[in-house]
Design a protein. Structure first.
Length: 575
């Protein structure tokens, strides 16, 4: 955390750090010590709220870091928000007054409400592409991380002050799209009552067994790129049906909306792909092999690899069309973020090289993710061995129903189903996004539906508990409090965690790491439950303290709801 000026309502901890840094600058200037940058760290528990490491000052001050820290602590002027400042070895530790921390944090939460955690606009438009699964069938669990990571990151970036447009790039031009349409074409000729495979899987099977069918499918591909209207319409119709009936519905079920769908075919039809091909052809890096044209990647990667951008039959490849799409993106935004599976690393590298050759100065930032698997192993769409995301959601709802029924015998089945639906959605989204994208993950039910551990049900239950406390108190909101009576360590820990929400938003947006919000939400729920265990609320006999603790619960409910919103998860008022 640096010393940039921050509005206390936008970021209570950021505000504290900014004025501490200003105080440090004044003190160092008085001591004649030069500092190019002043950065604060989070100290170990019990050592204060902010720590300033003095290692970088040793050379210019010609003193040991511990001596510098001691000198700073002895000479710094205690600003209003600080209780004390002390040296601890090579660090200067700062302790914020508990009543000031409570006042700043609760005032910020109550004044901003649903907007708490929102940071000022940064004036940057981002196009964030996610999902973009081939429209050949329903979404399968292997790629479930893509829309969940993408949607969560988009929500956080918006809260961090970015103008974000999410896009889904629909492949209606490649071999897989043509295979799907060809599968629909030959569907009626399949063995009677053979519905074990969908049109795409059935066509993949048949062209693999019959060279005549493979030739006919490839002829369709050539006709498509040459603009044949009959083949074009068949492919578009087949892709649109899968998008409308399968993929879009699956996205809605996991609470993901996409701002704009763009189709590959539009970049072929408007001449963008032809322009890319001609510019790559004229490049000094272009060459030909057996009629196919490629770019020599060695000058860019130090590896002897070839990036083929035209097949021998004259058809373009996915990466070629993707370059045209990215040129379109950069005409409409400042930054590009792509969420891609780890199997797209080579293609992504080819796109970057193509953009370099064409003089593009900005390149997409890519977040690669490892696939989700079940304990039974990985899946294959082509072979029809797949667990669909819809099936996972249905199973999550079924299991959540059983869990909720054991906990709630006081509500009717309709309400139980509603609660279970929220729990199921949260379980799937949270369990997937909580793991860093690049790490492999196995989806386990015992983790996803755990009401006690790091899971969505635990966080949702904490929100529901806050709502229950407020209902029992007779009021839904409390905003009157006395910050001086909120002195219990568990109260302070809860307030500190709430104060850290805007900083968590900033860090997650800056690092492009949505799993950090999942960790934050769990930590917030944990300290709320610790506060609830240690500090009686409704049973508190001191009326002023009771009202102040109810204000804490009211604030906590708001921050928990805001954190769950960032995760795309419902915040139920009862569970």
């Amino acid at each position: 955390m640096s010393g940039e000026t921050v509005d206390v309502n936008n970021n209570p901890l950021g505000y504290c750090s900014s004025i501490i840094v200003d105080s440090l600058k004044d003190t160092l200037s008085k001591l004649g010590i030069e500092a190019t940058e002043i950065t604060l760290e989070k100290p170990p528990e019990g050592k204060g709220d902010f720590a300033f490491p003095c290692f970088a000052l040793a050379k210019s001050a010609k003193k040991a870091p511990r001596d510098i820290a001691k000198e700073i602590a002895e000479n710094i002027e205690l600003i209003d928000i600080l209780e004390k400042c002390e040296s601890a070895g090579p660090y200067v530790n700062f302790h914020i007054k508990s009543e000031e921390l409570a006042r700043m944090t609760l005032d910020a939460v109550f004044s901003m409400g649903d907007d708490y955690g929102n940071l000022p606009s940064v004036g940057t438009k981002i196009i964030l592409e996610h999902t973009s699964a081939n429209p050949t069938d329903k979404l399968h669990i292997g790629r479930a991380r893509n829309p969940i990571i993408g949607d969560t990151l988009a929500r956080i970036l918006r809260k961090a002050g970015y103008d974000v447009e999410t896009q889904y790039y629909v492949d209606d031009m490649g071999k897989q799209a043509v295979t799907l349409a060809y599968g629909v074409h030959i569907w009626d000729g399949r063995p009677e009552n053979d519905d074990s495979l969908g049109p795409y899987q059935y066509a993949s099977k048949m062209v693999g067994e019959d060279q005549g069918m493979e030739a006919e499918r490839d002829e369709w591909l050539q006709k498509l790129e040459s603009g044949d209207p009959e083949v074009r319409d068949k492919v578009r119709e087949a892709c649109a049906r899968v998008m409308d009936e399968d993929i879009s519905d699956s996205l809605l079920r996991i609470n993901v909306t996409v701002d704009k769908y763009l189709y590959e075919s539009q970049f072929v039809e408007d001449g963008s792909v032809d322009s890319v091909i001609e510019r790559l052809k004229s490049s000094q890096y272009a060459d030909m092999e057996d009629g196919a044209e490629f770019i020599d990647m060695e000058p860019f990667t130090d590896r002897q690899e070839k990036f083929f951008f035209i097949r021998a039959d004259g058809t373009s490849l996915y990466a070629t069309r993707d370059i045209a799409y990215h040129l379109y993106k950069y005409e409409h935004c400042d930054e590009v973020i792509n969420i891609l599976g780890e199997d797209h690393k080579r293609e992504s590298e080819q796109v970057k090289i193509g953009l370099q050759i064409m003089g593009q100065e900005k390149y997409p930032e890519v977040i690669f993710y490892s696939f989700v698997s079940l304990p039974e192993g990985r899946m294959s769409t082509r072979k029809g061995k797949v667990v669909f995301l819809d099936d996972l959601l249905s199973e999550a709802h079924h299991r959540a129903l059983e869990e909720v029924r054991t906990r709630r015998d006081d509500v009717d089945e309709t309400r139980i189903s509603e609660i279970a639906r929220s729990v199921a959605l949260g379980a799937v989204r949270y369990n997937i996004v909580r793991v860093q994208p690049e790490k492999k993950m196995v989806f386990k039910w015992e983790d996803a539906l755990n009401f006690e551990g790091a899971s969505a049900p635990f966080i949702q239950y904490s929100h529901a508990r806050a709502c229950s406390i407020l209902r029992k108190s007779g009021e839904e909101e409390y905003e009157s409090y006395n910050s001086e009576v909120l002195s219990h360590p568990s109260e302070r820990a809860f307030i500190m965690e709430m104060a850290g929400f805007p900083e968590a938003i900033f860090q997650c947006a800056h690092k492009r790491s949505p799993h950090l919000i999942a960790s934050y939400a769990y930590s917030l729920a944990s300290v709320f439950n610790q506060f609830y265990r240690d500090c009686p609320v409704l049973a508190c006999e001191d009326e002023q303290l009771k009202m102040s603790r109810l204000a804490l619960v009211s604030a906590g409910k708001k921050v928990l709801r805001n954190a769950l919103f960032c995760l795309g998860i419902d915040a139920p008022e009862e569970m």
